[in-house]
Design a protein around this ligand. Structure first.
Ligand SMILES: *Cc1c(COP(=O)(O)O)cnc(C)c1O
Length: 375
């Protein structure tokens, strides 16, 4: 493709990469002519979504010719009621991805610093860089956010801090007490964004972050319907924050950023606690089984509280990715996540999908290791 053009984009875009999503099933099928393909690459819900959501979408289609309500007041009301906050503290977005973009758009001036972990969700740094902000990336410690070092990285120029809990791609959570101390220590002029995309999967006791909103007007909590609710394809996420922050984000958001179908599906999903509960339990069981199996292959695996696990490999993770891909299992390796190239991130599938992954892994393992030994 011709990439030279007489009109130059903003300098911030120079050298900025493009997000590399997990390879879609359709593409793998075309490429390799495989019948069975298991995608464990994008932390999607392998159990689909609630049938209540499906029914709601079908019903809502009769109104597809009408624009959606811009702020989704019914959904906002329900989310507020469930969380015990006021509706003015809730904002929905085209996935929480969009809220990350709105936050950067509304708050990051060129030259501002934004503190985040290295490695974490790549959308933070991309959006900050587009606005001309400077990313201050603080290395993880054994896969976990180093909150003490992140605190030390905050200075006069810091505008925003991201804490991804559980962290994508390592799956780890930060210590509850340490997080509370961190929230208390972050100065009020710095937005503290707590991304809880995977919170529903966590088994251990977590900090009640929502209860802290009252005392900490700089706190922003991000959640999504893309993970445990299984609505990734409809694009809808939400955030809890101070009403003034909601208002600033509304100023920069698109007019009709979430569709009718997404709003209807999300609202109906909130009426199906049983679906969520089943997904959480299944995931916890399979996550443990997968972790144990990978460790039995000699791989180091971070302790995950999410619906994916990260393993460390001696070889180039890309070799593992390719070997699995050819046999119909799609995962992500570090290089595809802007992370350590000697890592693999594997979403937790259904028991059958995980069986398939483990069988395929056993098949490709000898070859992968032989290549390493030959240098
Ligand atoms: C998946 C994910 C999101 C948001 O996904 P959306 O589909 O845009 O709601 C946000 N943060 C993290 C860390 C994620 O993994």
């Amino acid at each position: 493709m011709d990439t030279v053009h007489p009109v130059e984009p903003r300098p911030q875009l120079r050298g900025l990469g493009v997000y590399a999503p997990g390879m879609p099933i359709e593409e793998v099928a075309r490429r390799y002519g495989l019948k069975r393909i298991v995608k464990l690459a994008s932390n999607e819900n392998p159990y689909g979504c609630s049938h209540k959501a499906t029914d709601a979408v079908v019903r809502e289609m009769t109104r597809a010719s009408l624009y959606p309500e811009s702020l989704g007041p019914e959904l906002v009301q329900k989310l507020a009621q469930k969380a015990g906050v006021r509706a003015e503290q809730v904002l929905i977005g085209n996935g929480s991805d969009e809220i990350i973009r709105m936050l950067s758009r509304a708050y990051v001036h060129p030259g501002d610093e934004v503190v985040m972990a290295d490695i974490t969700f790549p959308r933070y740094q991309t959006n900050v860089r587009i606005e001309g902000g400077r990313v201050v990336a603080v290395p993880l410690r054994e896969g976990v956010h180093d909150l003490a070092a992140m605190k030390a990285a905050i200075c006069d120029k810091t505008r925003m801090v991201f804490v991804c809990n559980p962290n994508n791609p390592t799956g780890t959570v930060v210590d509850k007490k340490a997080l509370l101390e961190f929230i208390r220590a972050v100065p009020e002029h710095v937005l503290l964004v707590l991304d809880e995309a995977y919170i529903e999967y966590v088994e251990q006791e977590m900090l009640d972050s929502i209860a802290l909103l009252q005392e900490h007007p700089n706190l922003v909590i991000l959640r999504t319907f893309s993970k445990i609710y299984g609505l990734a394809g409809l694009r809808i996420g939400y955030g809890f924050m101070h009403p003034a922050v909601v208002q600033s984000l509304i100023q920069v958001k698109d007019a009709f950023n979430t569709s009718r179908l997404a709003q209807a599906a999300a609202l109906a999903s909130l009426e199906d606690d049983e679906f969520v509960e089943n997904c959480r339990n299944q995931n916890a069981q399979e996550r443990e089984r997968l972790t144990k199996a990978l460790r039995s292959f000699g791989l180091e695996v971070y302790p995950s509280e999410a619906n994916f696990v990260m393993a460390l490999v001696e070889e180039d993770g890309m070799d593992w990715f390719n070997a699995l891909l050819k046999r119909g299992v799609v995962i992500r390796c570090g290089a595809q996540l802007e992370a350590n190239p000697h890592t693999l991130r594997i979403s937790v599938g259904t028991p059958e999908e995980n069986d398939f992954l483990l069988t395929v892994l056993q098949e490709v393992l000898p070859d992968l290791r032989k290549e390493t030994m030959q240098g």
